[in-house]
Design a protein around this ligand. Sequence first.
Ligand code: ACO
Length: 335
Amino acid sequence: MVAQFLERVKAQAKGDKKRIVLPEAYEERTIKAANTILEEGFSDLILIGNPEEIRAQAEKYDLKNIGQATVIDPKNNPEKEKYVELMLQLRASKGLTREQAERLIEDPLYLGALMVKAGDADGEVAGANNATGDVLRPAFQYVKTVPGVSVVSGAMLMFIPDTQFGENGFMVFADVAVHPNPTAPELAQIAVSTGKTTRAIAGFEPRIAMLSFSTKGSAKHEMVDKVVEATRLAHEMDPSLQLDGEMQSDAALIPGIGLKKAPGSKIAGKANVLVFPSLDVGNISYKMVQRMAHAEAIGPILQGMAAPINDLSRGCSVSDIVALVAITCCQAQMH
Ligand code: ACO
């Protein structure tokens, strides 16, 4: 199922090719992934790194397609001044000085984000060699969110071998990656963003369960109240979304239990999207499902950003990078 999904996403990417910037081009998995992407021809690539090092890496691993990429040297960049000006324009009011901007723009992660902001790249994929916070900070500071959204979150595509769940085992989990402790309005935004990601990337109509340790008032607690309020707000924000809560995960996933605990719910027992009440729960849950149920996890796909920037896990494989670049291309087509 993953293979079929990836074929569809790559074919879509190929239909309207985008330029994706990879700021960690010095890194072995990234440069190998870049070679595969160029060979498959579904994206144009901009590699940030020392051109000599990139050439040496390409020779070392016998990567024949790297010559097709545009290479930008962050330490010797003819466009440096343009990006410094843009940085000052956007953040001088936050105390950014020219000296700081000149230093930061030599950092590949800042340069990548600024290229996206300036429209010189359509999206970015990074994180094979950098922690999530280091990838996200420049993106949050310079690319920012789409109008109407204040919170970026991360959706994980989950391919579960047991096909009774979701769409033949295909589900979407969020937020698994970004915002530690959302308020009710923020959780509502996460649900709405996840609905959009599901339609656009997963390719099915979302049935969203807003998860809690309570189902339809079975427990009373302020943490439950937050999910109830988020469910109400998400309905208001996008009345077209099929979404229900608060509910426990067994009520969301198992038809018999859904019927018993949430009779009349259109989502209970049939959820294909799970929205978690906090990052703790989302991140722990996806990793447990991945390991204990042998699910494949693709993502996180960052949602709510003004242009697509995606963060890899530092444990990613070459094929994870190829997949996330293809997804980023599809997100860029929608922007
Ligand atoms: N959405 C949009 N903007 C945000 C968000 C968000 N979720 N969070 C912070 N920002 C913005 C702030 O508004 C601020 O903007 P400003 O400077 O223009 O005012 C800027 O980002 C910096 O905000 P801080 O509060 O200083 O954020 P900080 O840099 O401390 O942290 C971060 C942000 C890095 C994303 C933090 O929330 C974090 O570390 N999250 C957890 C990431 C993580 O480790 N995930 C688990 C691993 S991923 C995985 O396993 C798949």
